[in-house]
Each structure stands twice: as C-alpha cells, then as structure tokens.
Write a protein that binds this ligand. Structure first.
Ligand code: ADP
Length: 243
C-alpha cells in the first residue's frame, strides 16, 4: 500500500529525516513510536505532502513519486488517497460537525452536496455522533471533536489514514473513546499509520511497530518483538522510560 525509500527532509540545516524506508501493507495498522523530535510527525506530513520531502521515493497504491521532482498532479493524486487525523483536530469552528465532515467531500472530492451529506452522516454515525450533526466544535468535548476528525477522514474513503498523536491533546478521561473509535476503524480493514504514545493501544492494535529516533527507523517488528524483545539499545531505553 505504501512504500517509502530513502526519504529525507531538512528544515534549514536541521536534517529531520535521514533516509527513511518503510512498508505498509494494505489493511495493516502500523504504529510509529519514538521520542519527541525524532521526526515522526514530519514523516506523516511528507506522506501526504503537507511537507515536501527533499529526497526519496514513495509508492502509494498505484502512484509512484520521486520527491525530488514531483508534479502538482501527482501531489493531488496522493492527497486524494490519504486522510489525516491531527493532534489538535483541525476542525473549522464556524461549521457544525456535519459541515466539517462534508467540507472535504464537496470541495476536494467535488461530490454533490446531497451525496456528501449522506456520506458525512454515515461517518458521524460510525463514530457515535449521530445526535451531534448540528453541534459546533466548541460545543463538543475534545474527545467528540476528535471523533469528528476521524469521521472526516473515514468519509473520504482514503487508501490510508494517517493519525498524528490523535489523543495527546485530550484529557485522560477522554482518551478511551477516541481509541475505541480507532479500533473500530482498524477492524473495518482501513490501512492506518498511527503516531502515538499510547503503548497498550499500540501493542494491541498494531500489526507492525516502527521505532524512530534521530530521523531514522532504528528498529521495527511485531508488537511482541518490540515490546518484549527489543534488540536495539535505543529502543530499550525509550521503552524503559515510557512504560
Ligand atoms: P516528532 O513528531 O517525532 O516529535 P517532528 O517531526 O515533529 O518530531 O519534529 C522533528 C524535528 O523537526 C524537530 O526538531 C522539530 O523542531 C523540527 N521541525 C518540525 N517541523 C518543523 C518546521 N515546520 N520548521 C522547522 N523545524 C521543524
């Protein structure tokens, strides 16, 4: 589904991704772990071109791009196949839940409003917000806002959903409802790449865990391998600190 080869990205003189190779199979949930500043968010943002990587290649579904010379048509094509769930929800505060979910369908996907409304309602029902179509973000709890964020991603029916620390802005008591919606999305067989610090969630939802540090993938494997028999010293130290 996604294949990254040699992805590099610098901000000025700060090289944040130093040649990342990653494979994500269709229907798989890949969890990306690593200390703050290791490049996890930047990696996700390069996959959907919220940032432009400086070098490397990416295959997403049937589209293959070289980050050194990528056309705007290719970028559009990749963006259509991905959706992102942000740490801070990124909802439009002047639109209600339904309008937030409809927006991308109508503007980016050019879907007729009636059809978009139907898709948006289905997506909101799926995340347990059937009774909140008309609610504005500021009338919703953080957990509900993030569920709108997930509904918006699901409604786009992308090849892959990228989750960037989706629960880290939430009060602890609201984390569970968001993780449970994410579990349901995973059960539906949607390919997911998830940056999170929720270790127990990672260990039971992930098919594959990737540990990043200093802009490279230090180690990867099954949750069992990473959590119980990490091979690399940096992975061990990270897990000792966080668990
Ligand atoms: P992580 O998600 O693992 O915490 P990030 O990808 O957010 O790591 O950040 C990696 C590094 O890139 C950090 O040093 C951060 O300061 C830097 N960085 C991220 N985004 C930008 C940006 N837009 N401009 C400059 N530096 C950035």
């Amino acid at each position: 589904m996604i294949q990254l080869n040699g992805v590099r990205k610098s901000f000025g003189r700060n090289e944040v991704l130093k040649g990342v190779d990653l494979s994500v199979n269709k229907g798989e949930v890949v969890v990306v772990l690593g200390p703050s500043g290791s490049g996890k968010t930047t990696l996700l943002r390069c996959i959907n071109f919220l940032e432009s990587a400086d070098d490397g290649e990416m295959t997403l579904g049937a589209t293959k791009v070289n980050f050194r010379h990528v056309s705007s048509k290719e970028i559009l094509h990749i963006r259509r196949q991905t959706a992102m769930v942000f740490q801070n929800y990124n909802l439009f505060n002047n639109m209600n839940a339904l309008e937030n979910v409809m927006e991308g369908l109508v503007t980016a996907r050019k879907m007729p409003r009636e059809q978009a409304r139907e898709m948006a309602q289905k997506a909101l029902d799926k995340v347990g917000l059937k009774d909140k179509y008309g609610a504005y973000p500021l009338q919703l709890s953080g957990g509900q806002q993030q569920r709108v964020g997930i509904a918006r991603a699901v409604a786009l029916n992308p090849e892959v959903i990228l989750f960037d620390e989706p629960t880290s802005a939430l009060d602890p008591e609201l984390v569970g409802e968001v993780l449970s919606v994410m579990r349901q999305v995973a059960r539906d067989g949607i390919t997911m790449v998830v940056v999170t610090h929720e270790m127990s969630f990672a260990s039971d939802i992930a098919n594959h865990i990737v540990f990043m540090d200093g802009g490279v993938i230090v180690e990867e494997g099954s949750p069992q391998e990473i959590f119980t028999q990490p091979k690399e010293e940096r992975t061990k130290q990270f897990l000792e600190r966080i668990l």
